[in-house]
Design a protein around this ligand. Structure first.
Ligand code: PMV
Length: 336
């Protein structure tokens, strides 16, 4: 059988998913944009000759490394393949190779692109094309991988993941496709090691923050504002919601038990500069995930200026300029 290859984008959350329950169900809705320059490409082959699945990820030096069954994060990939194999009702093992277009372990969430690509590739390899094509079902299955944000990478453009107390009603929907609005996410990389607390631990401890319920309540108006801003292509409205939600999520992180601090001094430096640039008339807004790197969101017309300004800052090692792009899709160039 021919190999199957798929490509999936990472995404930046404008409204962040932070906090889940024992069934890994998100406790709040989240809204994101897909990222054109942060893509995972994954090739999957049926491997009758293998006794166990083999999943390999290409590192920054170009060589492939087999993911270990021993680490919690890497084991999730093998568990997810098993989950899909059970749906397919087969026993054949798989050989999977995966590569990222952006530096692996650069502190940019590679689990979103990685798990949506893995899910799509494995489904197609096992002949479950009807689930791959039904994006709502696909997003539910991707969410079960353990990375909620990955469920948003199945569609292009602007996407909302709906929180719900049962699996069947927690899925992603597309708010607008990638052609709807020309905005950019210029990522400022200030830290390239990903030694932070895994998001799975953070999601579980979020409810220990005394402010968690408050966040759930006060974010409702931000969710509405973000949907409106996308529909109306209003960068000011979007930017205000994005920044407020980043601050709100990091306040939960810092006040959880144990507290989580993802920001570095360079993170604060960029926040201050972005706010200053705005006073000078530049429509740029910051967003920060579970890491130190800063995503600066602006309209496409301002993206080059934002990139130039970020590149000039002392803590910034490099920048990655992203536009909204299509969701997970099949390609015909294989990795092996
Ligand atoms: O997809 P997870 O489980 O790794 O969680 C993502 C968490 C954030 O990136 C901080 C927020 C988000 O919604 O992407």
């Amino acid at each position: 059988m021919k190999p199957i290859t798929v490509q999936a984008p990472a995404n930046i959350a404008f409204i962040k998913y932070w906090g889940n329950n024992e069934d890994n169900l998100p406790l709040n809705n989240s809204i994101s944009m897909t990222l054109s320059r942060c893509q995972t490409t994954t090739t999957v082959k049926l491997a009758e000759e293998l006794a166990e699945d083999v999943v390999e990820l290409q590192g920054n030096d170009g060589t492939y490394r087999k993911l270990s069954q021993e680490t919690i994060k890497e084991k999730k990939a093998y568990e997810h393949i098993n989950r899909i194999r059970m749906i397919a009702g087969v026993t054949t093992k798989l050989h999977v190779k995966s590569t990222n277009s952006f530096p692996t372990d650069a502190g940019i969430a590679s689990s979103a692109s990685g798990f949506s690509a893995l899910t799509a590739g494995v489904l197609l390899a096992y002949g479950l094309r009807e689930i791959f094509e039904d994006k709502l079902q696909l997003s539910k299955l991707v969410r079960l991988s353990g990375s909620g944000s990955a469920a948003r990478s199945v569609y292009g453009g602007y996407v909302e993941l709906l929180a719900h107390m049962n699996h069947d009603n927690s899925y992603a929907v597309q708010l607008a496709d990638e052609h709807h609005w020309d905005i950019a996410d210029v990522i400022a990389i200030i830290k390239t090691k990903s030694k932070e607390t895994p998001t799975s631990e953070g999601h579980r401890s979020a409810v220990t923050s005394p402010y968690f319920e408050t966040r759930l309540n006060e974010m409702q108006q931000r969710i509405i504002a973000t949907r409106d801003a996308i529909r109306e292509r209003d960068i000011e409205k979007l930017g205000r919601a994005i920044e407020a939600d980043t601050i709100s999520m990091h306040a939960i992180m810092m006040t959880s038990v144990p507290p989580l601090f993802y920001w570095e001094s360079g993170t604060i430096e960029i926040i201050k500069h972005v706010r200053e640039w705005r006073k000078g008339g530049l429509g740029a807004f910051f967003s920060i995930d579970a890491g130190a790197n800063v995503h600066v969101i602006c309209e496409k017309k301002d993206a080059e200026e934002v990139q130039k300004k970020l590149t000039g800052l002392p803590h910034v090692q490099k920048t990655i300029m992203n536009a909204p792009t299509q969701g997970v899709h099949e390609v015909d160039t294989h990795l092996f």
